[in-house]
Structure formats: structure tokens, C-alpha cells
Design a protein around this ligand. Structure first.
Ligand SMILES: *[C@@H]1O[C@H](CO)[C@@H](O)[C@H](O)[C@H]1NC(C)=O
Ligand SMILES: *[C@@H]1O[C@H](CO)[C@@H](O)[C@H](O)[C@H]1NC(C)=O
Ligand SMILES: *[C@@H]1O[C@H](CO)[C@@H](O)[C@H](O)[C@H]1NC(C)=O
Ligand SMILES: *[C@@H]1O[C@H](CO)[C@@H](O)[C@H](O)[C@H]1NC(C)=O
Ligand SMILES: *[C@@H]1O[C@H](CO)[C@@H](O)[C@H](O)[C@H]1NC(C)=O
Ligand SMILES: *[C@@H]1O[C@H](CO)[C@@H](O)[C@H](O)[C@H]1NC(C)=O
Ligand SMILES: *[C@@H]1O[C@H](CO)[C@@H](O)[C@H](O)[C@H]1NC(C)=O
Ligand SMILES: *[C@@H]1O[C@H](CO)[C@@H](O)[C@H](O)[C@H]1NC(C)=O
Ligand SMILES: *[C@@H]1O[C@H](CO)[C@@H](O)[C@H](O)[C@H]1NC(C)=O
Length: 291
């Protein structure tokens, strides 16, 4: 029982295709009547208009609900990192080593601190942050009372850093064995270091190794505190002139000696034992003076 297979020539196939493209018998183009093609086109036009409208609506709602004064994404940071200046990071370790008889070596330290401290110039701060802040209290602001729809920020004056301000000694002690280091806490929007009527976060430096090489150290401001009036931080847009509070520490090293120091910011809401982030809440550095 052989099936009868119709053999068709190429010309016949071409003719069939021609018929498919335009069939004059029943007036169809690609198998559909012209009116059907119009309906299909209309359907897709409407479909894409509706899709675009939905998409635009979704974007609009998203943009509308985003608060420009709040960060879109805050990296899940809940506890601030701590940094030290001179910021001479050597493979994730901070090694502050200088030679008092080598200007190149100590100028590197001095320039690092000068760059950090530049925005804290008293004249500049008076100009940018004229609001009179109340010390030892959180500066909570619910409305935008500053100029150009901003919130006030508190001034931090370079002169607060006393012996480490660079005013009396523009070399910050780097020509002697009494160098200054400056500690800064990173800002986190909305962060309050202590809830309730807490105490201000306070710097506590300890000599981990080489205690016999350090004869003493002192903090500026006197108690090593980061005043509460610098908290909370409301973000770059709300507080364009915000400056982080600083604490300087002047070490008294014994000449040609080295020591390993840890400076930790102590406050209830500041963590410091993060294995994955050794700079959370504290900074460890080596301080070496040579001559
Ligand atoms: C602060 O800036 C003023 C004006 O630019 C300048 O005269 C003064 O010397 C600066 N102060 C310090 C400590 O650098
Ligand atoms: C801040 O306080 C000082 C003296 O207490 C006063 O002279 C000055 O006008 C105050 N500034 C503002 C902006 O309130
Ligand atoms: C406010 O904004 C205007 C226009 O951008 C600017 O000229 C002015 O200096 C701003 N004022 C303050 C205090 O920043
Ligand atoms: C203080 O803050 C911590 C963590 O931020 C929170 O777990 C605790 O409930 C707060 N306590 C009070 C009294 O608000
Ligand atoms: C600073 O830290 C050391 C060691 O953690 C501790 O013994 C000392 O009491 C702390 N000092 C202050 C003032 O918190
Ligand atoms: C004290 O300083 C000397 C000289 O730099 C150094 O050899 C020694 O290791 C230091 N002591 C400690 C415990 O780091
Ligand atoms: C430093 O701290 C002590 C005790 O914690 C306090 O009595 C003193 O008023 C503080 N000094 C300053 C300048 O904040
Ligand atoms: C830091 O100093 C300690 C001794 O004070 C030393 O053992 C350590 O190797 C030094 N680390 C670096 C990175 O220089
Ligand atoms: C410090 O610098 C002086 C001058 O450049 C040099 O003679 C001396 O050896 C240096 N000291 C050290 C410990 O590198």
C-alpha cells in the first residue's frame, strides 16, 4: 500500500506562496483580509499605549514616593566607621611613621591633616553655619528652617582642637615626637549615638603595644567628646554645610619609638566588634617617630 505522494515543482510552490501573500480570490493578504489586518494593528497600537501608560504610571508613583531628602538606599549601615588622619593607609593597616629630620616625610602628615581640617576654618564655619547650637543636646529638626529649604548644621571650629588645631603649631607636632592625630566618625543619616538623654560619644584611645614607648596623650576637645548637637545628620541635600565633629589626640612618644594604638568611639549605639569591618566603631594604627 504505497501512499501517493504528490510531487510538486518549485514553480508550483512559488505560486502557492504568491497566493498566500495576496489571494485575489478571497482578497486576503498573508492569509488575512485587509479589515482583519486593520483590527490587528489597532489592537497592538492600543496594547502598547496601555503598556506604556502602566509603565509611566509605575515610574511616576515611584518617583513621587521617593523622598529627595532621604537616601534611596542606605547600605544597611547602622553603626559608623571611624577614621584617623594622617590617612596613611598601607594595605588596610594604618601606619603613621615620620622622620622629624626629613621634611618630606613629616610634610606628608601635615598636608593630610591640613586637607581634612580646611573646611573647619573658624571664619568659614561662622559664615556657613551661623546657627547658634545648644551643646550637649541632640539637634532635632522637623522642619526646614535654614536658608533655601535646608536644615541648620552646627559649626565645628578648628580652634576647638586646641594644640592640634594647627593655629599655634602649623605642623601639628610632626617636627617633634608629640604628633597629633585626628579622629573622625563617618556620618550616617538619622543616626543617634545614644537614645534617650544619653551622653555624647566619647573617644577612648588605648595603647595596645608599646605602652612603655608612650609617655602620655591628651584629647581635644578636652574630654574627647563628639558633641550631641552634631546628631542626627539629615543628609547632603537637607544639610549641605554639615561637617563631621572631630576629636584630636596629641601623643607624647618617646623619641625613635613605635606604638600600636586603638582609638574607639564609645557610645551605646556604636558597635566595635565587627569581624568583617575592623573600622566599625574604632581604628587601630601604628605610630612611629624617627629622627
Ligand atoms: C581661615 O580663613 C581665613 C580667611 O580665609 C584666613 O585669614 C585664616 O588664616 C584661616 N585660619 C586658619 C587657622 O587657617
Ligand atoms: C548667636 O548668639 C550670639 C551671642 O549669644 C548673638 O550675638 C548672635 O546674634 C546669635 N546668632 C544667631 C544667628 O542667633
Ligand atoms: C539660596 O539660593 C540662591 C539661588 O540658588 C543663592 O543665590 C543663595 O546664595 C542661596 N542662599 C544661601 C544662604 O545659600
Ligand atoms: C535604644 O536603641 C536600641 C538600638 O538602637 C534599641 O534596641 C532600644 O530599644 C532603644 N531603647 C530605647 C529606650 O529607646
Ligand atoms: C577606655 O578603654 C579601656 C579599655 O577598654 C578601659 O579600661 C577604660 O576604662 C576606658 N576609659 C574610659 C574613660 O571609658
Ligand atoms: C618600643 O619602641 C621600640 C623602638 O621603636 C620598638 O623596637 C619596640 O618594639 C617598641 N615596643 C613595643 C612593645 O612595640
Ligand atoms: C569632662 O568630663 C567630666 C566628667 O565626665 C565632666 O565633669 C566635665 O565637665 C567634662 N568637661 C568638659 C569640658 O566637657
Ligand atoms: C605595629 O607595631 C607593632 C608593635 O608596636 C608591631 O608588632 C607591628 O608589626 C606593627 N604593624 C605594622 C603594620 O607596622
Ligand atoms: C631620618 O632622616 C634623616 C635625614 O634625612 C636621616 O639621616 C635618618 O637616617 C632618618 N632616620 C631614620 C630612622 O630613617
Amino acid at each position: 500500500m504505497a501512499t501517493l505522494k504528490e510531487k510538486r515543482t518549485c514553480a508550483q510552490r512559488c505560486e502557492d506562496f504568491g497566493h498566500f501573500v495576496w489571494n485575489s480570490d478571497n482578497g486576503t493578504l498573508f492569509g488575512r483580509t485587509l479589515i482583519k489586518w486593520v483590527y490587528i494593528s489597532l489592537y497592538y497600537v492600543v496594547f502598547y499605549i496601555v503598556m506604556s501608560a502602566l509603565f509611566s504610571l509605575a515610574i511616576y508613583v515611584l518617583m513621587y514616593t521617593l523622598d529627595p531628602y532621604a537616601p534611596d538606599y542606605q547600605d544597611r549601615l547602622s553603626s559608623p566607621g571611624v577614621m584617623v588622619w594622617p590617612d596613611t593607609y598601607d594595605d588596610e593597616k594604618v601606619v603613621i611613621a615620620y622622620n622629624t629630620s626629613n621634611k618630606m616625610s613629616w610634610m606628608k602628615m601635615v598636608n593630610s591633616i591640613r586637607t581634612l581640617i580646611h573646611p573647619y576654618n573658624d571664619t568659614l564655619q561662622e559664615h556657613h553655619n551661623p546657627h547658634n547650637c545648644t551643646a550637649e543636646r541632640y539637634f532635632l529638626q522637623n522642619s526646614f528652617n535654614g536658608p533655601n529649604h535646608t536644615k541648620w548644621a552646627c559649626a565645628f571650629y578648628q580652634s576647638t582642637l586646641g594644640d592640634c588645631s594647627g593655629i599655634d603649631d602649623p605642623t601639628f607636632g610632626y617636627t617633634t615626637s608629640q604628633p597629633c592625630v585626628i579622629i573622625k566618625m563617618n556620618r550616617i543619616i538619622g543616626f543617634l549615638p545614644n537614645n534617650g538623654t544619653g551622653l555624647a560619644p566619647r573617644l577612648n584611645c588605648t595603647v595596645l603595644e608599646g605602652g612603655e614607648n608612650v609617655s602620655g596623650y591628651e584629647y581635644h576637645p578636652y574630654n574627647g567628646t563628639f558633641d550631641l548637637s552634631y546628631f542626627p545628620y539629615y543628609g547632603k541635600l537637607a544639610q549641605p554645610n554639615y561637617v563631621n565633629p572631630l576629636v584630636a589626640v596629641k601623643f607624647n612618644l618617646i623619641k625613635q619609638k613605635t606604638a600600636k594604638i586603638e582609638c574607639r568611639v564609645v557610645a551605646k549605639n556604636i558597635a566595635y566588634e565587627n569581624y568583617y569591618d575592623p573600622f566599625e566603631g574604632k581604628v587601630i594604627f601604628n605610630l612611629t617617630t624617627m629622627s
